[in-house]
Design a protein around this ligand. Structure first.
Ligand code: PLP
Length: 321
């Protein structure tokens, strides 16, 4: 598999483990049990489903190591606090569930989502204080915003006239499922011949897209929005890489006009790392190829993942209850 922008992927590990029978396409943790992904069910009356009253955390494993697991669990707790929801499991149990899901699938590269829903109130009640929250999780093969073999082409981006749900209504630092704005923006993007979309905030500045943060090189300076978006784990990682390497970054307003004259644009996401954008609404970004800064940060990110840095190793030989 060609994954990197600039060099070939490492050889597959010789000791890639086998999935347990039935788990080769994924696994889920539902009601305290691990089941094959196709058997996972959620109760219809859970307000996570009926009202999008839920939050999640998307975690990835690469080469058998779960990336920044403690940071992800901390962010999960932050979402729980802000939505005033209980989580049934402590941090160690959540870690064990994530590990067990990846282990039963035998995946070395995995995409794991842990989800807390409000649950449901007693029959006849609409009082959400009476709901008992539920925890579930699932694991799938590692997911890419753009297939790695196509990343050299970069993505085509649509800047949507739709606004992201305002922070005064829904806290963007909660990793929530209020995605209808993104979904409709995505459909608009497809109609416009673009692959993905970015939405603006109420100030008219670019905020974020469906599952990613955005960076741009404007007037020679790497810039990323500072507010009105989720503080993505990949965004944090890129900011840390920049800090380590002495690359100046501005966290501040990024208007669509600035984006239009950017010489480089890239997206950051757990589903693919640093992903170049090479055109915006049909106009090429610079020469229409991933730029130098993008390639440098893409390489640094994947070097980090390949090296196992900040990775919690999965013990594939451990027993799964
Ligand atoms: N913004 C939103 C709205 C997201 O849903 C996500 C991830 O799903 C991101 C940004 C990127 O976050 P991360 O880098 O943690 O994947």
């Amino acid at each position: 598999m060609t994954r990197h922008l600039l060099w070939p992927a490492p050889e597959p590990a010789a000791d890639t483990p086998a999935a347990l029978p039935g788990f080769d396409t994924g696994a889920a943790f539902v009601d305290g049990r691990i089941v094959p992904i196709e058997e996972a069910r959620i109760p219809l009356l859970d307000w996570g489903f009926l009202r999008s009253d839920a939050f999640q955390e998307t975690v990835s494993a690469w080469n058998g190591r779960v990336f920044r697991i403690h940071d992800h669990i901390a962010r999960f707790r932050r979402s729980a606090e802000r939505l005033r929801m209980q989580v049934r499991h402590d941090d160690a149990e959540i870690r064990d569930i994530i590990h067990a899901l990846v282990r039963v699938c035998g995946f070395r590269h995995a995409y794991v989502q842990i989800i807390n829903t409000r649950g449901r109130p007693p029959v006849g009640s609409r009082d959400l204080r009476l709901c008992e929250s539920r925890f579930q999780a699932f694991c799938m093969p590692y997911m890419w915003l753009k297939p790695p073999e196509l990343q050299d082409q970069g993505m085509s981006l649509h800047v949507s006239p739709r606004l992201r749900v305002p922070p005064a209504s829904v806290d963007p630092m909660v990793k929530h499922y209020h995605w209808l704005d993104f979904e409709m923006g995505l459909l608009d993007a497809y109609d416009a011949g673009c692959e993905t979309v970015v939405l603006c905030d109420g100030d008219g500045n670019v905020a974020e897209g469906p599952g990613f943060n955005i960076f741009a090189v404007v007037d020679g300076v790497l810039t990323t929005p500072a507010r009105n978006m989720l503080d993505g784990m990949t965004r944090r990682t890129v900011l840390e890489i920049c800090c380590d390497r002495g690359i100046p970054v501005t966290e501040g307003a990024l208007s669509p006009e600035m984006l239009g004259r950017a010489t480089e644009v890239f997206l950051t996401t757990t589903a693919g790392g640093v992903v170049p954008v090479t055109s915006i609404d049909g106009r090429a970004v610079a020469n229409g190829r991933p730029g130098h800064m993008t390639a440098q940060l893409h390489a640094a990110y994947w070097q980090m993942r390949d090296s196992g840095a900040a990775g919690d190793p999965i013990d594939y030989a451990a027993a799964t209850p």
